[in-house]
Ligand binder design. Structure first.
Ligand code: SF4
Length: 183
């Protein structure tokens, strides 16, 4: 696997070249999801992932050209119509290569809908913190992150929300990115 610690997340984000005000998705918005975080959740499925984990269940989300572009305003309008959700989760693909767009959506649902916000990432917390300005700003807008690549040799289906034992469920102090708890 590529050593992602040597690569800037911001450079990776630029490869995606999503126009301002848009996000590239791999599938339709989901609601009432109970497997990608606590409570009843909406899910945004992002397109594009540089991690290419062996055994990934969604390899069709890797390409930076596939999927479809959607205006962020359209996403927030449609999320506002979802009733009874306690939060939003970003899944992928790799949400952190579209950090700016994801943060805009995260800020909207927290402020306007009162939801909490979770994300998955194939990058670790430490890499996001050290290497990416926009990715770090997105992380600071989260309540929780499931971090790290999927490692086939460490697959463990008994883990909550995670596929392999190297992945962590991190809970944050909202707004600072400070880790409060690790599951
Ligand atoms: S980070 Fe997630 S979407 Fe990307 S290759 Fe790994 S398992 Fe698949």
């Amino acid at each position: 696997m590529t050593d992602w610690h040597k690569i800037s997340l911001e450079k990776l984000s630029k490869q995606l070249e999503t126009p301002d005000g848009y996000i590239r998705l791999s599938g339709p918005l989901e609601r009432d999801n109970i497997v990608n975080g606590d409570g009843l959740r909406a899910v945004v499925w992002t397109q594009g992932c540089p991690n290419h984990c062996r055994g990934c269940q969604n390899p069709e989300t890797w390409s930076y050209e596939d999927g479809f572009l959607v205006e962020i305003d359209e996403i927030t309008r449609r999320l506002s119509e979802f009733k009874g959700q306690s939060g939003l989760t970003f899944c992928g693909g790799e949400p952190f290569v579209q950090s700016k767009a994801c943060k805009q959506i995260a800020d909207f649902v927290r402020k306007e809908l009162g939801w909490n916000v979770w994300s998955f990432s194939g990058f670790t917390y430490e890499v996001i913190k050290e290497y990416g300005k926009e990715p770090w700003e997105f992380l600071k807008s989260l309540d929780a992150l499931i971090d790290g690549p999927f490692i086939l040799e460490k697959r463990d289906l008994s883990l909550k929300y995670r596929g392999s034992s190297n992945q962590r469920l991190l809970h944050f102090e909202q707004g600072s990115g400070k880790i409060l708890d690790i599951e």
